[in-house]
Design a protein around this ligand. Structure first.
Ligand SMILES: [Zn+2]
Length: 437
């Protein structure tokens, strides 16, 4: 059972991806709002009966699910990333799952998100629709280098291509050099990858030679305009950004060729912006409308963005969100992976000569992410020994972070300062993102 929306769309549209795009692109806002309202009521009523976590919240807050028509009717009932970590999967599962994926995260326990095969297939159709709208066609050859493992996006890209009848290699995340040597061999003309990996690949191509590439899709990380322009210049192809996460079942949306905001799949997701500032920026909150294995009601994504209400010149009536401004918590997503302050606490705490007053900054130099350790040294401490110890700790304690450095995804830098130089407030900010826009 996947709800009335899916049945309606399947009935009207059938199986063809081009038909799905033709149908979905110009739908009037009033109809989209209607589909969302129906979908929201349906998923609330479903989860009230089947999801222990949500049912418990309704009881605690004395909310009658039959009276819930809009997200606001749920008051302060949300689902948070912390909830997913603190309660067992059984509290969220509404039916027997067939697949599990995990959220990426270099530190801390990964969050588990379960799906049915039919749901993965369904999600892939909408990803395929976004690919089609942006010009991907049978005859193209896609290579997808999203990390496979427990991350969902590689599999979804493969399933989306399968549904479109498009050639696809979803190969996990190899060293860019490894893929570069096969670009000509397999005549890939569409690349799907994360931003920093794309930059590394582009650096090789810039030095050696480029191959004819028609489209590049990037997701999984923030991509600054500097990086985007660089990659576009090297390949002479548009770089289009997608946005999503495992909790959202892969993609929440994708840019159109205008590259001005991410069109959100409003048929399958209901978005709210929590506590918006005067410019409309606030925390993104997402309700999954179509999923029934593990629906998420008002999931707090922790990313800051705003909704763009103005219609897009491309003609799609699906609203857009602006590029993600940052995370509510301190995590920084960069070439090294998802960086948390905790990582650097674990790396630095036993390095002799480093005081407790330190900070790690993510900077950008040209097209490179720099991870800069700023440490105050005790008198007599040898900077080169400290640097060697930090590198050794990073290598042995976070081999994945280290491997991304070896791959050229980012560079390490060190600044050694005398005591009292790093002035911090009461709550020190251990990890700062100093990259521009
Ligand atoms: Zn558009």
């Amino acid at each position: 059972m996947l709800g009335s929306l899916r049945k309606l769309v399947e009935y009207v549209v059938g199986d063809s991806i081009p038909a799905l795009v033709r149908w979905g692109k110009p739908v009037p806002r009033s109809i989209i709002r209607g589909i969302q309202a129906d979908g929201f009521r349906a998923v609330v009523s479903y989860a009230a009966q089947r999801q222990k976590f949500f049912a418990r919240r309704l009881r605690e807050k004395r909310v009658d699910p039959a009276r819930v028509r809009r997200p606001e009717d749920l008051g302060d009932i949300f689902t948070t990333p912390e909830d997913l970590l603190s309660f067992p999967p059984e509290d969220f599962l509404c039916q027997e799952p067939q697949a599990v994926f995990e959220t990426t995260g270099t530190s801390g326990a990964p969050k588990q998100v379960y799906f049915g095969y039919d749901e993965l297939e369904f999600i892939a159709r909408y990803q395929a629709a976004a690919f089609h709208e942006n010009g991907l066609r049978p005859g193209d050859r896609v290579v997808c280098t999203f990390d496979a493992a427990y991350w969902i996006s590689s599999w979804l890209t493969f399933l989306a291509c399968q549904q479109m009848g498009v050639f696809c290699s979803a190969i996990g995340k190899p060293h860019p050099r490894e893929l570069y040597s096969r670009l000509g061999l397999y005549r890939y003309n569409v690349i799907v990858a994360d931003p920093t990996w794309l930059v590394s690949l582009s650096e090789i191509a810039e030095k050696e030679e480029t191959f004819p590439v028609k489209l590049i899709f990037a997701a999984g990380d923030r991509m600054t305009e500097v990086y985007r322009r660089y990659v576009q210049d090297v390949w002479q192809a548009p770089v289009l950004l997608g946005y999503g996460s495992t909790e959202m079942g892969g993609g929440l949306g994708m840019e159109c060729r205008r590259q001005d905001g991410i069109h959100v799949d409003e048929y399958n997701f209901l978005l709210e912006i929590l506590d918006p500032d005067s410019n409309g920026y606030g925390e993104l909150v997402v309700t999954t409308l179509a999923r029934r294995t593990l629906p998420l009601i008002r999931y707090r994504v922790r990313d800051i963005t705003r909704l763009i209400d103005e219609p897009c010149p491309c003609g799609a009536t699906l609203r857009r969100i602006a590029g993600i401004k940052g995370r509510r918590d301190e995590m920084v997503v960069m070439g090294a992976g998802n960086m948390h302050p905790e990582i650097f606490e674990n790396v630095l705490h036993d390095v002799a000569g480093v005081s407790d007053n330190w900070q790690v900054a993510v900077r950008q130099e040209g097209t490179h992410d720099i991870l800069e350790f700023r440490c105050e040294l005790a008198d007599g401490a040898d900077p080169s020994q400290v640097e060697a110890a930090v590198r050794e700790n990073l290598k042995s304690r976070y081999p994945e972070v280290w491997a991304n450095q070896v791959c050229g995804m980012y560079q390490l830098a060190f600044r050694f300062l005398s005591a009292g130089t790093i002035t911090q407030g009461r709550k020190p900010r251990r990890l700062v993102d100093e990259r521009s826009g």
